[in-house]
Design a protein around this ligand. Structure first.
Ligand code: GAL
Length: 695
């Protein structure tokens, strides 16, 4: 009883994410900072090269090897006949060369016998065409037969390696993306999901607005997966499609938990279970899983896009690691990169050489944001197959490190030095804690808004991310959090385009502000209930009292239109979204529209609630300047100082180390205090440079 009470007290005193982070310390001792690894596919290479390769991995400085992903054909060459001799050899070689092993369950690629004997285990697309084996992630996760085979192979692997002290953990599947599946198994599973959710068919009819265009159902067995491929854009039912997204994300999460459950029956407590979500993940919802120790991500920042300045096309897009490194911590308190792009890839719109040290820059980005593992896809560039143009750490001769390989070696050497400088228990500096910020995220808002963007100018993913970038450019530490998170530890909480709400959530926001928090709510928030229906009342009805204003109308402009806003004698331009606000008496108007027929109407409002403030930003400006000026002022009002980092320059703090990163095409001089001690790099950051220091 005493123990239960203690756990309970600890639980209410320490925020959820911090608790989870403490639990994961058993996998990742703090003093190690970050553990480095590499994907190796022995099944792609002649057995007589395995030892040479594993030794090379060790000599280069890697600490673990990622194995067995996609190797189902090799582990179960015939249905029910398992062969792990080859894997035993490779695991043994890893032990010999002091490398830990991270094993991956092979469920993302099934062997040929599965297609031949059980074609029904594959997904169907929106034209009811069945997929085949030959690439990743096309199996129907809800198909009972497929699940049965997954259970067998995962259990066999877990029995064999679950007690091996050299195996550090497990990755389940590959890039779980909640693929839309229209197969008969999925239709059945969707109906079951709906029955559980709605109980009666009329509840479903009302939630889906099925009276519109004769979509009404009499029984659950009449329901099919809403299919925009067949009814066209006009025929989309946003509520049904939102439910299909939810169902798909649930199915994905349950599939991961299903595999985690099988592993748990056999593995020791010291082996972790994770998966590798894509960095920009709009299909899956990692927070729907319950059995992962933490969530990792894959990051490919350079797919041939322009980015910042003339070198941007070589440096890649900084948003990728920026977002993923914070978002995935919301699952287990920690995260890390499972696949960092090793060099040019094969799938970009074009695939340029990276500026030397760019892979190191990305690795440091993930590290700076708290990453516990830094792993890359893949060790050797393959000589054949769909990814033969995809770089590896080692070139096609099998022995010479690529530029990415050299970057990695330098990073690993430097991390070894940083470990020596690590002091346990270092607290976040007060100047940073004073700006601590949270960005509230629920992928359901993405699903809902992206279906009905209303204007081609609206970018559903970029919009919330722009607030993350603004806060980082002002020097704030930012967590991307979920609704369940404790808001009280943040000075500022940003709620960007948070379309779907209920009264409990609005109450939570209200409480946070009353106690002294500063809440920033933006346009497109609280315009719908969780079903995706409008309120029978004014726009954003549930937050009207909280924001101290009413949204009378919303405007959007053509791409050649001109939207002008005035704030503190400064002008700002907008195109995509503009809420026209009618403030309550107690509210302060911070910005007004300065042209169009509604000139003078309020665009931004500040409202005092209890000890705190709510700022409602009704407009999405073209260059984010208005939002940045507002945020700077908000930090100032909260008694915090701010920085002014240019686009592409980021500064982080973790475990006592400051890290500055430069994704821009220009040199940047870091303004270091006198007390600063440089550990890695130089004060003048060239493009792709990194600086690490302590204060
Ligand atoms: C990732 C995937 C890897 C590999 C890589 C190529 O998305 O997880 O298996 O295909 O892309 O860039």
């Amino acid at each position: 009883m005493k123990k239960i009470l203690t756990i309970f007290i600890i639980t209410i005193l320490i925020p959820y994410s911090a608790l989870k982070a403490q639990e994961t310390n058993r996998f990742f001792p703090e003093k190690d900072l970050v553990t480095t690894g590499i994907y190796y596919y022995p099944e792609h290479w002649n057995e007589n090269q395995w030892e040479r390769d594993i030794k090379k991995i060790s000599d280069m400085g890697f600490e673990f090897v990622h194995l067995a992903e996609f190797a189902w054909f090799k582990m179960e060459p015939e249905e029910g006949k398992f062969d792990f001799i080859w894997l035993d050899k490779v695991v043994g070689l890893c032990t010999k060369y002091h490398l830990k092993v991270l094993l991956c369950t092979p469920s993302a690629t099934t062997p040929t016998w599965m297609r031949l004997n059980y074609p029904e285990t594959f997904v169907m697309d929106g034209h009811y065409i069945r997929a085949e084996n030959g690439t990743r992630g096309l199996e129907s996760m809800v198909n009972p037969k497929y699940r049965g085979y997954v259970k067998k192979i995962v259990a066999e692997m877990a029995k064999r390696y679950g007690q091996n002290s050299n195996v550090m953990g497990w990755q389940i599947d590959n890039e779980p993306g909640a693929v839309s599946d229209y197969s008969p198994s999925s239709q059945e599973a969707f109906r079951t999901w709906l029955k559980n959710k709605y109980k009666t068919i009329d509840a479903l009819n009302f939630a889906w607005g099925a009276a519109f265009w004769s979509q009404w159902f009499s029984r659950f067995d009449e329901v099919i997966i809403p299919n925009t491929n067949l009814v066209g854009w006009w025929g989309n039912n946003p509520h049904a499609l939102l439910d299909f997204k939810r169902y798909s994300a649930d199915a994905q999460a349950q599939f991961l938990d299903y595999q985690a459950g099988i592993l748990r029956d056999y593995i020791t407590k010291n082996q972790f279970i994770t998966t590798n979500y894509t960095a920009v993940c709009t299909g899956s919802d990692p927070n729907r899983t319950t059995k992962l120790d933490f969530a990792a991500y894959t990051a490919y920042p350079n797919g041939g896009s322009d980015n910042i300045g003339e070198l941007g096309f070589r440096l890649g897009n900084s948003d990728v690691v920026l977002f993923a490194s914070e978002y995935y911590k919301s699952v287990g308190g920690v995260s890390g990169v499972m696949e960092i792009q090793p060099g040019p890839v094969n799938w970009g719109s074009y695939n340029p050489l990276l500026l030397p040290c760019t892979v190191r820059l990305w690795l440091y980005h993930s590290f700076a944001a708290g990453g516990k593992i830094a792993c890359s896809y893949r060790f050797r560039q393959i000589l054949y197959g769909a990814e033969q143009y995809h770089a590896g750490m080692i070139q096609t001769d099998g022995v010479t490190p690529s530029q990415g390989g050299k970057d990695y070696m330098q990073f690993m050497k430097e991390i070894t030095e940083l470990r020596k400088k690590f002091t346990p228990g270092t607290k976040m500096p007060a100047k940073l804690a004073a700006r601590s910020t949270a960005l509230l995220w629920n992928v359901e808002n993405y699903w809902s808004i992206d279906r009905q963007r209303q204007t081609g100018q609206w970018n559903t993913w970029d919009y919330p991310v722009k607030f993350l970038k603004i806060a980082k450019s002002l020097g704030a530490p930012v967590d991307v959090i979920q609704e369940k998170a404790d808001l009280s530890k943040y000075k500022v909480v940003i709620v960007p385009a948070y379309e779907l709400v209920d009264s409990a959530l609005v109450k939570k926001w209200n409480e946070y502000v009353k106690k002294g928090g500063h809440l920033i709510i933006t346009c497109r928030t609280a315009t719908k209930d969780r079903r995706g229906h409008f309120w029978e009342g004014e726009t954003a009805l549930p937050i009207a009292n909280l924001i101290g204003a009413h949204i009378s109308q919303t405007d959007m402009l053509s791409s050649y239109g001109k939207g002008d806003i005035l704030m503190n004698s400064n002008h700002y331009s907008w195109h995509s979204w503009a809420d026209l606000l009618v403030p309550d008496n107690a509210s302060e108007v911070l910005a007004t529209y300065d042209n169009q027929f509604y000139k003078g109407k309020a665009a931004v409002i500040n409202h005092r609630v209890g000890k705190g403030f709510v700022t409602y930003i009704g407009v999405d400006t073209d260059d984010s300047k208005l939002e940045k000026d507002l945020l700077r002022q908000i930090y100032k009002d909260a008694g915090a100082t701010t920085e002014e980092y240019p686009p592409g320059v980021f500064v982080y703090w973790r475990d006592g180390f400051y890290t500055a990163l430069n994704y821009s095409s220009a040199d940047y001089t870091v303004n270091l205090p006198d007390a600063a001690k440089i550990l890695i790099g130089e004060k003048v950051l060239k493009p792709a440079d990194v600086l690490v220091w302590t204060e």
